[in-house]
Design a protein around this ligand. Structure first.
Ligand code: ARG
Length: 459
C-alpha cells in the first residue's frame, strides 16, 4: 500500500524501494505515530470531518495497533515505505475504507515532525534521569573520601593540591549543565506541529491548541513552512548529547589514568573491567574505554545531521529522512554510556594515601608558599622568583617539601617567616582557598551540601 500513486503509471523500482524505505528504522516511532494519529482523529471529529462514531472506531483500531506493535513479529514481512504508511495499512486492515479519511489535510511532513518530537521529548527525560543518577553517584563517591587530597593537574603536570570532593564536583557542574541542555532541547521539542499540512497550513479547521493539549505539548508551532523544514530540535538534542559524551569521555580518561599502575590511585570494580586472553595479570578499564570510544559516534551523529541540513532549500526534502538513524543511535549511545558511568562510579575505590603522597612529594605547594610571601608584603613577582629558586634547588638535591624546616627555609631566604613552613604540608595551603568556588575545606563542604540540594530540585 502507498499513501500516493494516482499520478504514477508504474510503481517504484525495487532498487529505489530498497534504497529509500525507512520502515526498518523508523518503526521505532510507531508508538508516537499512533498516539499522534489518535489525537489527529479526535481533531478531525472536532472539525466535523469524522463523525463521533467514526472517530471512536479509528481511535480503537489505533489502540489495537499500538498494543500489537509491542511484538516485533508485527513488522515481519512488511515492505511499506515508512512507519506512517505501515500504520495506515494496519488501520485499513481493521476499519476498511474509513482509514482513507485519517489523512484528511495531513501530510507526512508534519507527521514526521510530530512523531520525532513526541519520541524525543521522552528521550530528553530519559537522558535527564540518567544524568542526575550520575550526579548522585559522584556525590556518593565524594562522601566516601571527604578529606582525601589529590594533586590537581594542568598540562597533565601536578599543579596544586585539591580535595577529592572538589575534583568530583567539577564533573558535577559539567553534568548539571548537561541536564540544563537536555531541558533546553526538551523545551524546543515540546511544540506541536500538526495543522501545518505539507507546508502551507491545513485546509481544515483544526483547533491546534486542542491537539497540543491532547498530546501534552506546551505550545504550538507558529509557521507551517518552518515545521516542514525544521530539525533544530533534533540538533539541540544531539548537541546536548555530544557535550555530555565529551564530559563522560574526559571522566573516563581521568579514571583510566588514575587506575593505571603509573598513577595507582584508584581501583575499578571487577564488574566493570576485563582481563586479557593472553596476559593473566591484566585488569583493563574497558568500560571506561568504551565510553570514551562511543563519544565519537555521538559527535558523528551531530555532524551527520549538520551536514544533512546544511543548504537544504525550504521546505521539506527527503534528505531529512536521514535525521533518524543518527538521532536514534546517539540517544542509545548517550544513555548507555551514562548508565555505564553510574555503575563504574559506584565501584571506584580510592587509595587515598597514593594521591596524597603524590601531592606531598612534589612541589604542588609552591603556589601556596609564593602567595604566603605575597601576603607578608613581598611583591608577588619576587615571591614567585624566590619559590622558583627553592624548587630548583630542591629538585637538584632531590629534596622534598617536607624535608625543609622553618629554619632551613629562613636560611634560604629571609622572607620565609616561621609560620610559612606550615604550608609545606599540602593540606594547609588549601585552607587559604576558602573563596567561593575554591578548594578550601569549609567551602567544599558547603558546595557539597549545595550540590545535594540542587540535585534534589532536579530529580
Ligand atoms: N519517511 C519520511 C521522513 O522520514 C516521511 C516524510 C515523507 N514525506 C515525503 N514528502 N516523502 O522524512
Amino acid at each position: 500500500m502507498k499513501l500516493w500513486g494516482g499520478r504514477f503509471e508504474t510503481g517504484p523500482s525495487e532498487v529505489f524501494e530498497r534504497f529509500g524505505n525507512s520502515l526498518h528504522f523508523d518503526k521505532r516511532l510507531i508508538d508516537a505515530d499512533v498516539r499522534g494519529s489518535q489525537a489527529f482523529a479526535r481533531s478531525l471529529a472536532r472539525a466535523g470531518v469524522l463523525t463521533d462514531a467514526e472517530c471512536a472506531s479509528i481511535v480503537d483500531a489505533f489502540e489495537s495497533i499500538r498494543s500489537d506493535a509491542a511484538d516485533p513479529k508485527f513488522f515481519e514481512g512488511a515492505t511499506d515505505e515508512d512507519v506512517h504508511t505501515f500504520v495506515i495499512r494496519k488501520l485499513g486492515d481493521r476499519v476498511g475504507a474509513l482509514a482513507g479519511k485519517i489523512h484528511t489535510g495531513r501530510s507526512r511532513n508534519e507527521q514526521v515532525s510530530l512523531d520525532t518530537r513526541l519520541w524525543l521529548r521522552d528521550e530528553c527525560d530519559r537522558a535527564r534521569g540518567l544524568v542526575t543518577a550520575l550526579m548522585s553517584a559522584l556525590l556518593d563517591l565524594a562522601a566516601k573520601y571527604p578529606n582525601a587530597v589529590i594533586p590537581g593537574y594542568t598540562h597533565l603536570r601536578r599543579a596544586q593540591p585539591v580535595l577529592w570532593p572538589h575534583y568530583l564536583l567539577a564533573y558535577f557542574e559539567m553534568f548539571s549543565r548537561d541536564y540544563e541542555r537536555f531541558s533546553d532541547a526538551r523545551r524546543r521539542t515540546d511544540v506541536m506541529p500538526l495543522g501545518s499540512g505539507a507546508l502551507a497550513g491545513s485546509g481544515f479547521p483544526h483547533d491546534r491548541e486542542a491537539i497540543a493539549r491532547d498530546l501534552g505539548f506546551a505550545e504550538i508551532t507558529r509557521n507551517s513552512m518552518d515545521v516542514s523544514a525544521d530539525r533544530d530540535f533534533a540538533l539541540d538534542y544531539l548537541y546536548a548529547a555530544s557535550v555530555t559524551m565529551i564530559h563522560l569521555s574526559r571522566l573516563a580518561e581521568d579514571w583510566i589514568l588514575y587506575s593505571s599502575e603509573e598513577f595507582g590511585w584508584m581501583e575499578l570494580g571487577d564488574g566493570v573491567t576485563s582481563g586479557s586472553s593472553l596476559m593473566p595479570q591484566k585488569k583493563n578499564p574497558d568500560s571506561l574505554e568504551l565510553i570514551r570510544g562511543k563519544s565519537g559516534r555521538v559527535l558523528g551523529a551531530l555532524n551527520s545531521l549538520f551536514f544533512t541540513m546544511k543548504g537544504l532549500p525550504l521546505t521539506y526534502n527527503r534528505d531529512m529522512q536521514e535525521d533518524k538513524e543518527p538521532l536514534f543511535h546517539a540517544a542509545d549511545q548517550v544513555c548507555n554510556s551514562l548508565e555505564m558511568a553510574v555503575v563504574v562510579t559506584e565501584t571506584v575505590v580510592l587509595h587515598e594515601a597514593v594521591p596524597f603522597t603524590a601531592a606531598d612529594e612534589s612541589w604542588v605547594v609552591a603556589t601556596d608558599l609564593a602567595e604566603a610571601l605575597a601576603r607578608n608584603g613581598t611583591a608577588f613577582h619576587s615571591a614567585h622568583q624566590i619559590v622558583g629558586r627553592l624548587v630548583l634547588e630542591s629538585v637538584r638535591n632531590g629534596k622534598k617539601p617536607g624535608e625543609w624546616s622553618a629554619e632551613s627555609l629562613a636560611a634560604f631566604a629571609p622572607e620565609f617567616t616561621p609560620d610559612i613552613a606550615r604550608l609545606l604540608d599540602p593540606r594547609e595551603g588549601m585552607k587559604t582557598r576558602e573563596i567561593k568556588g575554591g578548594t578550601g575545606p569549609n567551602t567544599v563542604a558547603a558546595a557539597l551540601a549545595d550540590a545535594k540540594r540542587r540535585l534534589a530540585e532536579m530529580a
